[in-house]
Design a protein around this ligand. Structure first.
Ligand code: ADE
Length: 217
């Protein structure tokens, strides 16, 4: 079972995503277990402060180190071998090959979602990996974490149903090859499904799919 913990100020953002469709199924099948760690609970003082102004001046607030360190310590206590991952546009770009590696790793993951204008850089000392979902800046790490979790969990054994999906995965050592697909009806508003797909010739169909595939890198 893949244990995935997420440190966030907005755990409610994950409710729909983790409890719907494949990610919900993954939990039912005991392929994955998700734990949301609310950073606010590790905030300082009666107001449970989690952010503060930047040294050197400038706009905005940064996530303070103490709550983040305490939240990571808590998550590590739940899963001592877990790798700590920081969501940041400065991280390495996420890709399908990483999703495959991480789905096969024997340890769990702790995702830290940054928020607001940034975080105190000292958090990086706790982090094993820094990951970006693309060269654009989002308001927080929550959407990137959901994206990455989805891409990992769908590859866990027992999550993707049906041989068809597994077949698509196996095209190139787990690197997804996407080819155009069609379902009934064979003709819709004058647009026809390619004849080869209706032919029943398995080898021809495979050839057509290979020719029309896009390789993920
Ligand atoms: N946080 C804000 N933008 C991000 C991005 N592009 N990838 C990962 N984390 C982020």
């Amino acid at each position: 079972m893949k244990k995935i913990q997420v440190i966030t100020l907005f755990p409610e953002m994950f409710d729909g995503v983790l409890n719907t469709s494949m990610l919900w199924k993954a939990q039912q099948e005991k392929a994955a277990a998700f734990e949301l760690v609310n950073l606010r609970e590790f905030g300082i003082g009666p107001r449970q402060q989690v952010d503060d102004t930047p040294y050197g001046g400038g706009d905005g607030m940064l996530l303070k180190p103490e709550p983040l360190f305490a939240a990571v310590k808590h998550a590590k206590e739940q899963d001592p071998t877990a790798k700590v991952v920081l969501m940041t546009p400065r991280g390495q770009r996420w890709k399908q090959a990483l999703a495959k590696d991480w789905s096969e790793a024997s340890h769990g993951y702790i995702f830290i979602c940054g928020r607001y204008e940034g975080y105190d850089e000292r958090i990086v000392s706790l982090v094993d990996e820094q990951v970006s979902v693309g060269d654009y800046v989002l308001t927080g790490g929550e959407l990137p974490a959901m994206t990455i979790i989805d891409s990992i969990v769908r590859l866990l054994p027992g999550v993707l149903g049906g041989e068809q999906s597994a077949e698509i995965e196996s095209f190139s050592d787990g690197e997804t090859l996407e080819f155009p697909q069609y379902t009934k009806p064979a003709e819709f508003e004058g647009m026809k499904v390619p004849d080869v797909l209706l032919s029943g010739h398995h080898a021809e169909i495979e050839k057509w799919r290979a020719e029309h595939s896009i390789k993920a890198d």
